[in-house]
Design a protein around this ligand. Sequence first.
Ligand SMILES: *[C@@H]1O[C@H](CO)[C@@H](O)[C@H](O)[C@H]1NC(C)=O
Ligand SMILES: *[C@@H]1O[C@H](CO)[C@@H](O)[C@H](O)[C@H]1NC(C)=O
Length: 367
Amino acid sequence: MAISTLYGLSFTLVSLFLVLGTSFPRANARAFFVFGDSLVDNGNNNYLVTSARADAPPYGIDYPTHRPTGRFSNGLNMPDLISQRMGAEPTLPYLSPQLRGQRLLVGANFASAGIGILNDTGVQFVNIIRMPLQFEYFRQYQQRVSALIGVSQTKKLVNNALVLMTLGGNDFVNNYFLIPYSARSRQYSLPNYVRFIIAEYKKILTQLYNLGARRVLITGTGPLGCVPAELAQHSRNGECAPELQRAAELYNPQLYQMIDDLNSKIGSHVFINVNSKKMHSDFINDPAAFGFVSSKIACCGQGPYNGLGLCTQFSNLCSNRELYAFWDPFHPSEKANRIIVEQMMTGSTEYMNPMNLSTILALDSQT
Ligand SMILES: *[C@@H]1O[C@H](CO)[C@@H](O)[C@H](O)[C@H]1NC(C)=O
Ligand SMILES: *[C@@H]1O[C@H](CO)[C@@H](O)[C@H](O)[C@H]1NC(C)=O
């Protein structure tokens, strides 16, 4: 009894010391912030009343806990794998009650499945965290961290952080092309819609810069027409859906140009273009080269290509998730995410422009 009390006391002292000792981020500890949609949501939507969620089996079947977490993956997602490369804990969802105290210094994940560049994207999911609210939470986060380590250390933490922003796919899939004759498709031709959302995205990135972000990975959209959901609805012989492919072809070069303009205006390589189209196309064009039996059929789903409806416990489920590029009708498997993050780390300028993630991590740790 006495021993355990003593032990408890010294343990308390040690943890107090640890807490105080690590109150200030080490010079080389870099925070990681994540914004965007379901490709990068670590579970914020679990805390919301929305239908855009991944908190039931078989989601998470290959996660270390083998339980659903809210990630739209069989296991780890892109932010988790980037955190690993940074030698950091995975980012907690901003809405998680566990995100407090020292854990705030690791960073935070503000992403929310279903959202897009536009506020009217994903209206069918009702209660999701759209970009203006993700940024409001980021402000709130900075206030909370300031209370912990002070204003100037907080500014430093944010300036030195790595940021990931994944946005845009839903503005096509869950807005313009959601239903025939959607409001936005009656308002804009596809080329004009792309110009409009790129202009809105530019405002979002400018806000992110003003909030202190100085190193931001921006993912373009993958080959939207080739995901199992689109194949199921629009493809007879497995060819990618042409309208969505056209959307990605219009969108990605303009995104790239906009990023370039912003960097020139700022006079620094703040925004890094991640060529998701190229990354995904590699394994869509040659799945076998990456060890996949299929890049068309989702591991979990039903109907043609397992591309219809949601992935639930009643769906078809493949036995080996390593063999599938797509986990569900829209989202890559952990294996595909690994390949993507590997390309982020070491890819040439064709994949990562103006520099890859290993260069960023080496460069920024010297400052
Ligand atoms: C989205 O909503 C925010 C805040 O409610 C507003 O400031 C912004 O202008 C809206 N964006 C568009 C494109 O309407
Ligand atoms: C990308 O990463 C590799 C391996 O770390 C590195 O050798 C190469 O120079 C980088 N390429 C660019 C364009 O930054």
